[in-house]
Design a protein around this ligand. Structure first.
Ligand code: OMP
Length: 244
């Protein structure tokens, strides 16, 4: 794990906005709408496969932090080399699936760079029944706990998990591991395909370092107001005054 989590983790950056758009043009319009309110963005597979990777460089050059959510999972050599290439882009975070071989290879690929590797534990769209259907012998909480132990052994920097597993996972991984939670839904927001959700306030209260939020912001009638409301909730949960 790379040192210095607390120094890097400027609390104003606890909100990561997911740029889940089909084209870079749509993503750029959203970034312009959100303006100074948002400093950390995620590019996932939809935008990356839609020609959005060059936007990663532009965001970094504009002083924003970038999370590349590519959820890598392949043989170790391929994962290691892919991570080394992503590290050269200057992204802050990269996701890989939290399988032991995959995480260990990603750590090797990102070594001697500032890229932090996050292991994806169990997708937030899954519940226990979905895991049974997929052939797992564990429920969500057991599988997240297993993957958290394996993530520590592999030396990754943090985990993607739902906010519901935060408290148990924090006990397992300690204070310096990055815990990043998607499946965030402000009070009254539709869950959509997310099954393990929590509000921003609850997630920060349960110990999340970062919240990943997409549709509740990008699908809102006023995305900037939606982002600012979530930032205010984060600040309230952290017990500090909001500075936007
Ligand atoms: O790795 C992720 O970011 C991720 C993991 C997970 O378990 N669940 C999950 O929703 N995500 C991502 O987080 C974002 C959530 O978006 P919304 O549901 O629109 O807020 C999407 O970009 C997902 O790809």
């Amino acid at each position: 794990m790379k040192p210095g989590k607390l120094a890097e983790q400027d609390r104003g950056e606890a909100l990561i906005v997911a740029l889940d758009f089909a084209t870079p043009e749509e993503a750029r319009r959203m970034i312009a709408t959100l303006g100074e309110s948002v400093s950390f963005y995620k590019i996932g597979m939809e935008l990356a496969y839609g020609g959005g990777l060059p936007l990663a460089r532009d965001l970094i050059d504009a002083g924003k932090k970038l999370f590349l959510d590519l959820k890598l999972h392949d043989i170790p050599t391929t994962v290691e080399k892919a991570c080394a290439n992503v590290a050269r882009l200057g992204a802050a975070f990269l996701t890989v699936h939290a399988y032991p071989q995959t995480m260990a290879a990603a750590v090797r690929g990102a070594s001697s760079s500032g890229l932090r590797i996050l292991g994806v534990t169990v997708m937030t769209s899954y519940d226990d029944d979905d895991l049974t259907e997929a052939g797992y012998a564990f429920g969500v909480s057991e599988l997240v706990a297993l993957r958290a132990r394996q993530a520590r052994l592999a030396g990754v920097d943090g985990l993607i998990l739902s906010a519901r597993e935060l408290e148990a996972t924090r006990r397992e991984v300690g204070p310096d591991f990055l815990l990043v939670t998607p499946g965030i839904r402000p009070e009254g927001a539709p869950a959509g395909d997310q099954k393990r959700t929590m509000t921003p306030r609850e997630a920060i209260g349960a110990g999340a370092d970062y919240l990943v939020v997409g549709r509740p912001i990008t699908g809102a009638a006023d995305p900037r107001a939606a982002a600012e409301a979530i930032l205010a909730d984060i600040a309230a949960a952290q017990g500090r005054a909001i500075v936007i």
